[in-house]
Design a protein around this ligand. Structure first.
Ligand code: UT7
Length: 329
């Protein structure tokens, strides 16, 4: 099989309509707009409301929009990967549900879980099927309904997260653009600092786990913050150096949107000014697997063919990484 490079040929995003503002959070927990804005950069986030509305709702809307924009017949999709930490159900995979609802009847599909690095991992996984020549059209979704695992009485986590996501279409690159290089890492010793205690096979749901609020995100924010700043920035810097990139030839840093201060530290480490950093944390908060596709969607109109982008993420696991790509359209 011929080995080639995968390129992003389209991007589309979706966020639910409901806006949860800092002002509304002030009525729910002991917090204030000034603290949230200065410590995280977040002003509002979107929440998917309603009965029986799983993360697949976000994925389906994103993929439908993507297929329409790129004029892609759903029957031509070979593979659909969904990166998510908040699947509709433990099984079947949310990717199966999305593929069915968008009519991707000829595809196979599966979920990939790497917390906030999920989209980066899935993008690199999907791109290998294109690069190897095995498949022609791969859709990668990154989406989360974080509101389903957040305790809205815990001020240290409920102010951060939101719901949303996006999807990209990967095809073979016909020129020098596409996904060029990546560094992906994980270290399971991060488990104590960021996890969800119950509902998995180690501690199935029980009355006790519900009473102990063990179905919500547990995070030791300060420790996660330190690991995030160090690892995301160092990995992005290593990738930038080994590809001879600099502030002169990088069009945008596309960072996971967890905290504006982590984003600023990463940008400063690779010598990138604010104007070259994709930022929408103020509008959506941390949507976990959704942040990077939502950034690409928001900035799509500003991108030009050949633009050098550096994607970087850090999340639970710990998982982290960075990807260098040349924008293809
Ligand atoms: O995306 C996945 C990876 N996750 C991350 O990257 C998140 C990394 N961590 C963070 O972004 C930050 O650690 C947080 C935003 C979670 C917290 O910010 P911080 O500056 O690390 O605050 P802290 O936890 O050290 O708390 C400082 C103070 C504490 O009060 P005392 O003990 O100093 O009196 C907290 O109780 O701020 C208090 N605090 C709040 N005050 C008002 C914590 N949350 C709030 C709040 N409103 N929402």
């Amino acid at each position: 099989m011929e080995v080639s490079r995968a390129a992003i040929k389209g991007i589309h995003g979706y966020v639910p309509d409901y806006i949860l503002t800092n002002q509304e959070l002030e009525t729910m927990v002991d917090t204030n707009d000034e603290w949230i804005t200065s410590r995280t950069g977040i002003k509002e986030r979107r929440i998917l409301k309603g009965e029986n509305q799983g993360v697949s709702v976000i994925g389906v809307e994103a993929v439908k929009g993507l297929l329409e924009k790129t004029n892609t017949d759903p029957l031509d999709i070979d593979l659909l990967i969904c990166a998510t930490t908040t699947p509709d159900m433990a099984f079947p995979a949310t990717a199966n549900i999305i593929a069915n609802k968008v009519g991707a009847k000829n595809s196979f599909s599966y979920d990939l879980q790497a917390a906030c690095s999920g989209f980066l991992y899935a993008l690199n996984t999907g791109s290998q099927f294109i690069a190897s020549g095995m498949y022609k059209k791969v859709v990668v979704v990154g989406a989360d309904k974080m509101s389903s695992i957040i305790d809205y009485t815990d001020r240290s986590t409920c102010i951060i997260f939101g719901d949303g996501g996006g999807a990209v279409l990967l095809e073979k690159s016909e020129d020098d653009t596409g996904i060029i290089d990546s560094i992906l890492k994980s270290d399971g010793s991060g488990e104590p600092y960021l996890h969800l205690k119950a509902g998995g096979s180690r501690k199935p749901a029980s009355l006790e786990t519900i009473q102990n609020k063990e179905h919500f995100v547990y995070q030791e924010g300060g420790t996660v913050f330190k690991f995030a700043v160090t690892n995301m920035a160092n990995t992005a810097a290593e990738l930038v150096a080994r590809n001879n990139l600099s502030s002169d030839n990088i069009a945008y840093l596309v960072p996971h949107q967890a905290n504006k201060r982590i984003i600023d530290a990463t940008a400063s480490r690779i010598g990138i000014g604010e104007e070259k950093v994709m930022l929408n944390i103020h509008r959506y908060g941390n949507t976990t697997s959704g942040t990077i596709p939502l950034c690409l969607w928001d900035y799509e109109k500003k991108l030009k063919k050949g633009d050098n982008l550096v994607l970087a993420a850090f999340g639970g696991g710990f998982t982290w990484g960075a990807t260098y790509l040349k924008w293809s359209y």
